[in-house]
Write a protein that binds this ligand. Sequence first.
Ligand SMILES: [Zn+2]
Length: 262
Amino acid sequence: MRVVRETERSLTVELQELTVTMLLDGVTMMGADCLRGPEGFALGATDLVDGRLPLPVRAFLVQGPAGCLLIDAGAGNAWHKGLGRLPEALAEAGLGPQEVDVVALTHTHIDHISGLVDRDGGLAFPNAHRVLVATEELMAFRDEPRMIPVLPRLVPLEQGDGPLPGVVAVNAPGHSPGHMAFLVEGRLLIWGDLVHHPVQFAQPKVTWKFDEDPDQARATRGALFDRVVDEGWLVAGAHLPHPGIGRLERDGDAYAYHSATR
Ligand SMILES: [Zn+2]
């Protein structure tokens, strides 16, 4: 992996045929009670900023000869202030919204889907004729009134599907029932919301308030952490610290995460 471009809100890395660009939608602050640990779990002073947890929200763009795939779409104007700046991140990366050919969602929570629609209620990515959503979450997506303009473009997504040549969907349920990760060129796993805070590397049993099935989320995290380390994959995550791309290693019974640097 080679970092080929970096701006305030974006970072592009080159794999083999494909490049992956992190796009920062924004950073919001969450209550410390969002992290749920086993008995005795306590956050360190350095984990909090003014008593709250910083939560970056990121999307990822995969580009190759066959086109341009956007994975997740940020919060749009549907959630906290300070989010919804994906279009700026895209522009910094040298791209316009019309260049996105296909969108795949890791899951259907508000901070991942809302940016599919622009501030006027129109399609934010007009040339993305396919929007891939896990079969288990199609109903949740259809229930979101803001997403009405997107509905004609919905395509069910299953494990093993390839939204772009070189990209494969991998089941990662727990945070939501159809939560999906995407493996790029067999070497970089874009894992959506497998991790919400870096404390979950040292303490992988810690869960997040919005995990729909915390036990399953914990089991999936453990299994995927081991797979990532065993396979030597790089990782990218929607809520990982800057720049949202890095690598994982074992550290005794737990794991250590190292952010990609230039
Ligand atoms: Zn999220």
